[in-house]
Ligand binder design. Sequence first.
Ligand code: DHB
Length: 389
Amino acid sequence: MRTRVGIVGGGPAGLLLSHLLHLEGIDSVVIEARTREYCERRQRAGILEQASADVLRAAGVGDRMDRVGLVHEGVELRFEGERHRVDFVELTGRTVTVYAQTEVVKDLIARRCADGGQVLFEAEAYAVEGIDTDAPVVRFRHGDADVELRCEVVVGVDGYHGLCRRSLPAGASRTWERTYPFGWLGVLAEVAPSCDELIYARHDNGFALHSMRSSTVSRLYLQVPPATDANAWTDDQIWDELDIRFALDDWKLERGPIIEKNVTPMRSFVTEPMRHGRLFLAGDAAHIVPPTGAKGLNLAVADVTLLAGALRRWLLDGDQRAADDYSATALRRIWRAQQFSNYMTTMLHTDPTSNPFDGQLALSQLRYAATSRAAATTLAENYVGLWHP
Ligand code: DHB
C-alpha cells in the first residue's frame, strides 16, 4: 500500500490533518487501532478556542458546530463562597465555543468518508521504519493481514501512549514531564446545566468544574486522588460532593441521571523536537497538558494546521523550510499553553502533598485573577487562545 502521508492515529488531530491535506490535493491514509464506534463515543474535551473553531469553519467542517455549539463569552471563578466572572469579550474581544471533541471527531470521520478518504479502523500500527530515509514505512495489522504502508512522510498523532514517539531513535529527543498528585473524575449527566457559563471552583476539598454539552446534558468534574476507580463513587456521593464544592447561598446544582463516569490522570509533558527525519509528531503524541484551561484539543488543532501548511510547501512546492521550522514554531505555542495549564491547575486544585504555604499562594493568585483587570486579562487571553492563524 502506498500514500504520500501516513497518519498514525484517528483522533481529532489525525482526522483533521488528513482532511486539510486532502483540501491541498495531498493523499493520506489514517491508521486507527480502535473501532469507528469507539472513536465516535469516547468523551474528551469540550472547549474550542475561537481560532480552532475558525480552522474547522474554513476547512468546511464547521456547519454542525455552528448549529449546535454554544458560544461562551466568559467563565466564572468560584471560591470562598464568592463568584467572579471573567468576561472574555470585554477583555479580549474573543469567545470560545462549547462543542465536544467527540462531535468534532464524528464530523471529520463523516467528511473524510464522504470525500473518499482512507480511514482504516481496527488497524493497529506496530512499526515505523526508515524515518531517516526518503521512503518511510508504517507496518500495521488489519483484519488477518500484515500491511506495509509506504509513504513520503509519517505523522504520529497516536497519543501519549502511542507507537510513534517510541519510534524516535534513542537520544534523538528530549522530554520534560510533571505529574500531579490528583486526577479528575468526569461525569456526563442528563440534566440541564445549572449555569449559562462554565464554573471553575476551588474548595478546601478540591477543584470542581461545571461544564456542559447541550441545553439538556451537563458535564461535571471533581478533583479526586490520582488512582481513583470511577465506580468507587456512587451517583449520590458525586452530587453531594459537587454540592459542597460549588456551594453558594443563592445557587442550586440540579441533579439528573449520570450516564457516564471516567477518571483522567493529570500530567504535563513535552517532547522536543517534534520531528525526526520523515516522522513528525503532533497533538498528545508530542505533548500533554493537564485539562484545567482546556488546551489539549486546541493544541492538537494548531499543530496539524501548521503541519498541513508545512507539508503542502514541502510536498507540492519542494520547499522544506516550513517543515524544518515546524517543531520550533509549534513549541513556542505549546510552552505558553503548558505554562497557562499549570497556572490554572495549581491555582484551582488543592495539593495534599504540598507545603500549605503553596495553598495560600494559589488562593492569592485566584483572588488576584478575580479582582484585577490585568490578571483577568492574562487569564482571558490565554483561555481564548493567543494563537491567531
Ligand atoms: C471541559 C474540559 C476542560 O478541561 C475544561 O477546562 C473546560 C471544559 C469540558 O469537557 O467541557
